[in-house]
Design a protein around this ligand. Structure first.
Ligand code: ADP
Ligand code: MG
Length: 321
């Protein structure tokens, strides 16, 4: 939704921030992966909400257990991007009908995911209407330790937490009934992204900025650049890719999925140069660097270089100048 950010800014962020900018309960409001609320203790409350709408974000015929997994995982990813630890979630469910088999599968998928990440369901709302799933997550983070989008510094290295592009490459496969093992691997990445919660916590006090990649590396690193008032340069050859993606797609499609495709939910973060390529046992991948922003450089704060040559995005994917 290209106009999404204008809508948020114009109708919600600006008017509300204007009125509530000095509110003592809000440490960080609209504009990051989670809001941070002041609980007057040693921890802040991190919270975020995301909606999945049938026919828009998933096929109505999609397996209910997998959709439940995805709904919770994409929200947990926003906690990961803040370095927050999950403490509870709520579920607002709009259903066209009471379909027992669907609800049983949905509930099982949700519970198995909640157990895996140790996050209890603590409330919600159930209504009738077109199928839509809203999950709100809550987490805690020690005061002053949250990872936010606005701290990237010129000279920092840009890292990602894992392979990019697989979930976007899975989109054309959603209605396929017979899949190769490579295609199944891609589909697993779409339905069951791996929120990098432990890495997020390990990066407290280390990362200067962080975001989870929900809209594609270029867009999401662009948000870090915008909030930090910097630019970034990515080295295409350093982007981690699954073999399953390389086996299924040509180069142009791989570049499009890995750079501009969303839904991976890996972390993208910045840290001073020299950070070990392993943070407390996690694999992390240096993919670029933070540069100073050229004043006239507005929309395109992130550039991608391949063998020293900039790539340029077009409808068909990435191509050299
Ligand atoms: P993310 O991809 O991390 O979930 P989004 O791109 O959905 O974040 O949203 C960007 C920012 O705008 C977030 O801080 C989010 O909380 C906020 N936001 C989105 N929609 C609204 C809205 N309708 N009202 C207030 N804030 C919103
Ligand atoms: Mg996010």
């Amino acid at each position: 939704m290209p106009g999404e950010f204008n809508v948020i800014r114009r109708f919600f962020e600006e008017p509300f921030t204007e009125h509530f900018s000095n509110n003592e309960n809000v440490d960080l409001g609209i504009g990051d992966d989670c809001a941070l609320l002041n609980l007057c203790g040693t921890d802040q409350l991190a919270t975020s909400v995301d909606t999945l709408v049938a026919g828009v974000h998933f096929l109505e015929s999609a397996p209910a257990d997998k959709i439940a997994q995805r709904a919770l995982r994409v929200n947990l990813s926003d906690l990961a991007a803040m370095g927050a630890e999950p403490i509870g979630f709520t579920l607002a469910l709009t259903l066209p009908e009471e379909n027992e088999a669907w609800l049983q599968a949905f509930s099982s998928g949700l519970l198995s995911c909640a157990k895996e990440f140790d996050i209890p369901l603590v409330g919600g709302d159930t209504t009738r209407g077109p199928l839509s799933i809203t999950v709100q997550v809550m987490g805690k983070v020690p005061v002053g330790k949250a990872l936010i989008r606005s701290g990237a510094k010129v000279g920092d290295t840009v890292y990602v937490s894992g392979a990019l592009g697989a979930a976007a490459a899975a989109l054309p496969l959603l209605e396929e009934t017979s899949l190769t093992s490579d295609e199944s691997e891609l589909l697993d990445q779409y339905y069951q992204p791996h929120p990098a919660l432990k890495l997020g916590i390990a990066l407290r006090g280390i990362a200067t900025a962080a975001i989870d990649i929900s809209d594609g590396l270029l867009a999401d690193l662009g948000h870090i650049c915008q909030r930090s008032n910097v630019a970034a340069e990515i080295d295409w050859q350093r982007i981690p890719l699954l073999n399953a993606l390389k086996n299924c797609s040509d180069k142009a499609a791989i570049q499009k999925c890995a750079l501009a495709g969303g839904d991976d939910y890996q972390l993208c973060f910045t840290a001073p140069e020299g950070l070990n390529s392993e943070v407390e046992g996690f694999n992390i991948f240096p993919v670029g660097k933070i540069m100073s922003k050229v004043p006239e450089d507005k929309a395109n704060a992130v550039t991608v270089i391949e063998s020293g040559i900039p790539l340029q995005f077009s409808e068909a994917g990435y191509r050299h100048f």
